[in-house]
Design a protein around this ligand. Structure first.
Ligand code: PEP
Ligand code: MN
Length: 341
């Protein structure tokens, strides 16, 4: 349920209203709309008398929220959430490109790629230390050593780092990680989501291989219900009957999510397509569809990559893609009179 307040509500009456709502066991989430302050009520609102609240002097309107996700709902929080990591910002008109290899392989590799993606305009560095591989015989990642090397690359370049957690037992290794990635395979690991909700650190939440947008938003809700509101959602392709591409990139998820939620939405054209030649066109399509950013796999030597070589761009390809992304962004910014830039 949301309570939309009149402009400049009497503060005493507002305090009384909040105390009354809290006494009914409801949590109150306050946010600003374009003109009005909004109280979002979380909990069992079935016993709340809408007419009674509606009749108050300071109340403009009261609405029930049908969707099961409340904190993530745009109705609860009309303005875009901006997630910040170091100097990078995502959402609310801020656009960020996260780039780097699928996996951290060596010091020279991660530092070299970090420098080149930064020079091309990336604002965050990605690299997997713990890798969710389909085969137990495939490279599993450098694990703790991989995180150490990412931190070294951060020191060298100043780029905030994004890396995936696969199990809560690894959490203590993530203290200095700027953005914790929850991969597609863990999107519904509810115990992990609850624990990440206790942190005050950005979470990059990827859509599961076969999950609906509502399920993705419910996973974000798990994290938000613990108080962590810094979530970046990521469309990374879903399973369909098509086999030419690794997954099917659901571009429509971007504008749909932007309507349903205030959280920033980015896209991953690398895992969505599995083909490096398709990364640039899909990156541009996602940007044009209104994504708040992209995550792109870039490798110094894709042919010899230990993981996801076929979908990795070379450093030169990424630099070229970045230029075109910025051109698409400039067009969008022009169209909305600068609001989006
Ligand atoms: C990754 O980003 O390297 C990854 C494994 O992604 P996803 O969880 O989307 O498959
Ligand atoms: Mn990968």
């Amino acid at each position: 349920m949301i309570v939309i307040l009149k402009e400049h509500p009497n503060q005493k009456q507002l305090e009384n209203l909040k105390a009354w709502l809290t006494s009914m066991g409801l949590a109150i989430h306050e946010s600003d709309g374009v003109n009005h302050q909004i109280l979002g009520l979380v909990g069992d609102t079935s016993k709340v008398d809408i007419d009674l609240i509606q009749a108050l002097d300071i109340v403009d309107d009261v609405k029930r929220i049908q969707e099961p996700y409340k904190n993530a709902n745009r109705k609860f929080h009309p303005l875009d959430t901006v997630v910040a990591a170091g100097d990078a910002k995502v959402g609310g008109g801020h656009f960020s490109v996260i780039a780097g290899p699928c996996s951290v392989e060596s010091e020279a590799q991660i530092i070299g790629v970090a420098k080149s993606v930064k020079a091309a305009g990336a604002t965050m560095l990605r690299g997997g230390a713990f890798k969710p591989r389909t085969s137990p015989y495939a490279f599993q990642g450098l694990r703790a050593e991989g995180i150490r090397l990412l931190l070294e690359a951060k020191q060298e370049t100043g780029l905030p780092i994004v890396t995936e957690i696969m199990d809560l037992s690894q959490l203590e290794l993530f203290d200095e990680v700027d953005v914790i990635q929850v991969g597609a395979r863990n999107m519904q690991n509810f115990e992990m989501l609850k624990e990440l909700g206790h942190l005050r650190k950005p979470i990059l939440l990827k859509r599961g291989l076969a999950n609906t947008l509502q399920e993705l938003l419910m996973s974000a809700e798990y994290i938000m219900s613990g108080g962590n509101e810094q979530i970046i959602l990521c469309e990374r392709g879903i399973r369909t009957f098509e086999t030419y591409t690794r997954n099917t990139m659901d571009i429509s998820a971007i504008p749909a999510l932007k309507t349903l939620t205030h959280l920033p939405v980015i896209a991953d054209p690398s895992h969505a397509t599995g083909r490096s030649a398709m990364v640039r066109p899909m990156a541009l399509a996602a940007t044009a569809a209104g994504a708040d950013g992209l995550i792109i796999e870039v490798h110094n030597d894709p042919q010899h990559a230990l993981c996801d070589g076929p979908q990795s761009q070379t450093e030169a390809e990424f630099a070229d893609t970045m230029k075109q992304i910025l051109r698409v962004r400039a067009l969008l910014t022009e169209d909305d009179g600068g609001k989006n830039g």
